[in-house]
Each structure stands twice: as C-alpha cells, then as structure tokens.
Design a protein around this ligand. Structure first.
Ligand code: 5GP
Ligand code: ZN
Length: 146
C-alpha cells in the first residue's frame, strides 16, 4: 500500500488516529464522516494514497462500489419508504470541485429530506448537437489511441 505520512486518511487506515470504522477489506477502508451532513454520512477510501481518482490503481478501486452498496443496505437505504429516502455517492477531485482531503474518498450520503444530506447545484442546459457530436468524435478517437 502506498501511504503518505502526513495524510489524515492514511493515518486513519493505519489506526494511528481513531475512526468509527465500518467495513475493511484488503484494499478498502470505510468509516463515519466526522462532519456529517446527515446521520449515516460515511466515507469509503482506497488503502492507497492517491490525491485524485486517476492516481489510484484499478486494483484499489475494485471493492469501492461493492462496499458502498453493502453500507447503503446497512443504513436501510435499500428500503423504498413512502417519503422516498435515497442516497448520493460523491467523489470530489481538486479544490475547485470541493475536495478538502487529498486522499481519494467516496462519500455515501443518505438523502432523507430536502434539507439534510447533499445539496446539488446543477447548471444543466440543452446541448448543441453539433458540439456534442464533435466532442464525441474527439473522445472516441482519443480512447481508440489508448
Ligand atoms: P471532501 O470535501 O474532501 O470531499 O471531504 C472530506 C471529508 O472528510 C469531509 O466530509 C470531512 O468531514 C471528512 N473528514 C476530514 N477529516 C476527518 C477525520 O479526521 N475523520 C473523519 N472521520 N472524517 C474526516
Ligand atoms: Zn493518504
């Protein structure tokens, strides 16, 4: 495992500072967020120090979603309630994208009402189909080069 001595999440993984640990696998560690936006807000982190998603090898990402899914079920978020409880999985990369801790982490955030949990500002607008087609062509070409 790649670790960074000064990283708070590396310290949590190594049990150098305490956390309310949930599931741990060979490649993943999960624990309750210390500043939750709602009850049950938790974090799932790879046991590999990488600041952004592209810095983490695939092997350290394979357990992330299965573990997140198990945790969602343990929080009862799989039960469709009359009020329609849901949840968000959020992973921020870079300060401008609201990343505070530079060790990749996935938030699991229950959404039980309009006030608590994640609030999303989403500036969607109808795409110009010509722009979309040009972007698609460029990306498909780049992906083909890999
Ligand atoms: P980010 O904004 O980087 O996506 O989220 C970082 C998250 O880590 C925040 O929700 C914050 O509350 C949480 N966090 C930061 N330091 C600690 C800590 O020492 N322990 C725990 N459990 N969570 C932390
Ligand atoms: Zn780290």
């Amino acid at each position: 495992m790649a670790t960074e001595a000064s990283c708070i999440f590396c310290k949590i993984i190594k049990n150098e500072i305490p956390s309310f640990k949930l599931i741990e696998t060979e490649t993943v560690y999960s624990f309750l967020d210390i500043q939750p936006t709602t009850v049950g807000h938790l974090l799932v982190v790879p046991k590999y120090h990488g600041a952004k998603l592209h810095n983490v090898p695939d092997a350290y990402l394979k357990d992330i979603l299965p573990v997140t899914k198990k945790l969602a079920v343990s929080l009862g978020l799989d039960v469709d309630s009359p009020l329609g409880a849901g949840y968000n999985v959020l992973q921020n990369n870079g300060r401008i994208a609201h990343q505070e801790v530079d060790h990749v982490h996935f938030h699991l955030i229950p959404k039980r009402d309009s006030v608590t949990g994640l609030g999303v500002g989403w500036p969607a607008k109808q795409a110009d189909m010509k722009d979309l087609a040009a972007l698609h062509e460029e990306l498909v070409r780049k992906l083909g080069d890999k």
